[in-house]
Design a binder for this molecule. Structure first.
Ligand code: ATP
Ligand code: MG
Length: 476
C-alpha cells in the first residue's frame, strides 16, 4: 500500500518533471532495435527526404513494434516536409485525404504513409457539439506531433540514419512495463476522438499490455460518445480490431471495458446472443489462426460469421410465417444487412460477399443429381464450404454433411459419383436433413420447383461480384 503510494507520488513527479518538448534520445545500445526488422522501402523514404534537407523518421506503431522485437506490418513516416514537398521527391506518390493530407508513397505493392508533423489541435480546431475534433489540418513541430498521438508507446520516432529513437512521453518506460497510457488528459483525448477508446482495447488485447488506471477509468462512462463518430471510421477501427490476430481477446476486452453494449449493433449481437457464442468463437479463433499463419482473411467471411445467428433466427421466423426456404433466407439476410449497414457502414462489396456465403448454405443440402457439381463451380464455393464446416463444428448442423462435402470436394470423379449415389440412398443419412437450427430442411425436399429469380438476389450486386477469391479457405 505504502509502496504503491510512493510509486504514485514518484510517478506523478517524474511525469510532471518530464519536459515533453525535448525528447529523451536513445542510441542503439539503449533501445536494442534490430535494424534488420526495418523495411528497405521505409529507409528509402526517410533517406530520400533527409537528402533533400528535411527531417524524416519512422513513427508510431512501427517504432513500437521494432522496440518489441516484432517485424512491423507497415511503416509510417513523419517529416517536416509538406505533402507537396514530399510528393515531388517520389515517382509514385499521391496526396490523399481532405481533413488532413497525407502522402502515399508506393514502391511496387508496398505502400508507405508519409505524414507531415501535425500541430496540437484541440484549442482552435472545429469540433462537433460533443467536443469531437472535426478538422485538424495544421502542421507543427515534432514535439507537437508527438503530443497529439494517442498513446505514449505510439509516439516515438526512429531515425534509421543514426539509429536513434526520440521519445517525448516516456514511451520506452511504458513499453518495458507493458503499459498502455494515453498522452494528456484521458477524458479530453477521448472527447476529441472517441475512437481512441476502441484503440485502447485493441492494443491492450493485441500486445497483452495492461491499461494504466487513469487511461482506463473514463472509458465506461464515455463509451456512448462512440455513437457520434461517423460509421465508416468506426467500421475501419472495428475491422482492425477483428483482423488483429487477437479478435477474440479484443472482444473479451471490449466487454470488460463495457464497450460492447450499445456501441454497435453488431457487438450486441455477437456478445449477447448465447446461441451464437460457440459459432462466433470458432469463427474468430480460425480468423486469428489464419492471421498468425500469414494467410488472408476476407472481411465478408468474418462479418457473415459474426451475424449468422441473427440471420438464422430471422430465417426461422420467416419460414414459420409461411415463406419458402430460399426466399425466407434472403428476407432474413436483407433484414440483417439493412440493420447493420446503417450503423456499420458495411461496404457494398462486403455485404455482397456475406449474402453469397449465407445463400449458399441451403444449397449444400442438395446432394443429388447435378446440384453438388454446380455448387462446386460457384465463385465463392470455398468460402461457403468453410462456413459450412464452421456450422458443423459449432454443432448447429450434423458433422456428416461437412464430411460429405469434404470428401466430395477432395475426391476424384468416381468418388464424387459414389458420394452422390450414396446421398440419394435413405440409409446413408443422406439428403443432409441435419436437424435443428432451422437450416436442415432443404435436403429432403428436393421436389421444389426451379429456383426463382435466376442465381439469387445477390446477383443484384453484379458489379461488386467480381471473381475475387472468396475466403481463401481454412486449408490452403
Ligand atoms: P497497427 O500496428 O495496428 O497499425 P498503429 O499504432 O500503427 O498500430 P495506426 O492506426 O496505423 O496504428 O496509426 C498509426 C499511428 O498514428 C499510431 O501509432 C498513432 O501514433 C497515430 N494515431 C492513429 N490513430 C490515432 C488517433 N485516433 N489519435 C491519435 N493518434 C493516432
Ligand atoms: Mg499502423
Amino acid at each position: 500500500m505504502i509502496k504503491k503510494l510512493i510509486r504514485k507520488i514518484l510517478g506523478t513527479k517524474s511525469k510532471a518533471a518530464r519536459d515533453t518538448n525535448t525528447p529523451v534520445v536513445l542510441g542503439p545500445d539503449a533501445h536494442g532495435i534490430d535494424p534488420r526488422l526495418l523495411s528497405n522501402n521505409a529507409v528509402r523514404v526517410t533517406s530520400t527526404l533527409q537528402e533533400a534537407g528535411y527531417e524524416a523518421f519512422v513513427v508510431g506503431g512501427a517504432v513500437r513494434d521494432l522496440l518489441l522485437g516484432v517485424k512491423p506490418k507497415d511503416f509510417d513516416i513523419a517529416t517536416n516536409a509538406t505533402p507537396e514537398q514530399v510528393k515531388r521527391l517520389f515517382r509514385r506518390a499521391f496526396i490523399i485525404g481532405k481533413r488532413f493530407q497525407i502522402v502515399h508513397v508506393m514502391f511496387g505493392q508496398d505502400l508507405l504513409e508519409v505524414t507531415t508533423f501535425r500541430g496540437t489541435t484541440s484549442a482552435n480546431a472545429p469540433k462537433d457539439e460533443h467536443g469531437r475534433v472535426l478538422r485538424d489540418n495544421t502542421f507543427g513541430s515534432q514535439a507537437e506531433d508527438a503530443e497529439r498521438r494517442d498513446f505514449t508507446i505510439n509516439a516515438m520516432y526512429y531515425n534509421p540514419a543514426n539509429q536513434q529513437v526520440l521519445d517525448y512521453h516516456g514511451g520506452i518506460e511504458d513499453i518495458r512495463a507493458k503499459t498502455l497510457r494515453i498522452i494528456g488528459v484521458p477524458e479530453a483525448r477521448y472527447r476529441e476522438d472517441p475512437v481512441r477508446m476502441l484503440r485502447v482495447v485493441r492494443f491492450a488485447a493485441k500486445l497483452k499490455f495492461s491499461i494504466e488506471p487513469e487511461t482506463g477509468a473514463p472509458i465506461k462512462v464515455m463509451a456512448p460518445l462512440i455513437n457520434n463518430v461517423p460509421a465508416a471510421r468506426v467500421f475501419d477501427e472495428m475491422l482492425k480490431l477483428l483482423m488483429s490476430g487477437h479478435a477474440l481477446a479484443c472482444l473479451q476486452q471490449l466487454r470488460k471495458e463495457g464497450l460492447h453494449h450499445g456501441l454497435l449493433p453488431l457487438l450486441d449481437v455477437v456478445l449477447e446472443q448465447p446461441l451464437g457464442v460457440k459459432f462466433v468463437t470458432l469463427a474468430l479463433d480460425s480468423t486469428d489462426a489464419r492471421i498468425h499463419a500469414g494467410k488472408t482473411v476476407s472481411p465478408g467471411f468474418l462479418f457473415a460469421s459474426l451475424l449468422w445467428h441473427q440471420v438464422l433466427e430471422k430465417w426461422t421466423a420467416y419460414r414459420a410465417s409461411g415463406e419458402q426456404t430460399i426466399p425466407a433466407l434472403h428476407l432474413a439476410a436483407d433484414d440483417v444487412l439493412d440493420s447493420q449497414t446503417e450503423k456499420l457502414a458495411l461496404q457494398r462489396k462486403i455485404g455482397t460477399d456475406m449474402r453469397d456465403i449465407w445463400s449458399m448454405q441451403p444449397r449444400f443440402e442438395r446432394r443429388t443429381g447435378k446440384a453438388p457439381h454446380k455448387l462446386l463451380e460457384h465463385l465463392r464455393f470455398r468460402a461457403g464450404y468453410d462456413f459450412l464446416l464452421l456450422r458443423c463444428a459449432s454443432g448447429e448442423i450434423d458433422a456428416e454433411i461437412g464430411d460429405w462435402w469434404t470428401a466430395f470436394y477432395e475426391g476424384d470423379e468416381i468418388t464424387r459419383e459414389e458420394l452422390i449415389a450414396s446421398a440419394g440412398r435413405p440409409a446413408g443419412g443422406g439428403g443432409g436433413n441435419s436437424g435443428e437450427g432451422g437450416s436442415g430442411t432443404g435436403g429432403a425436399k428436393r421436389k421444389r420447383g426451379p429456383r426463382r429469380g435466376g442465381r439469387n438476389r445477390s446477383g443484384r450486386g453484379e458489379g461488386a461480384d467480381s471473381p475475387a477469391p472468396a475466403h481463401d479457405g481454412g486449408a490452403d
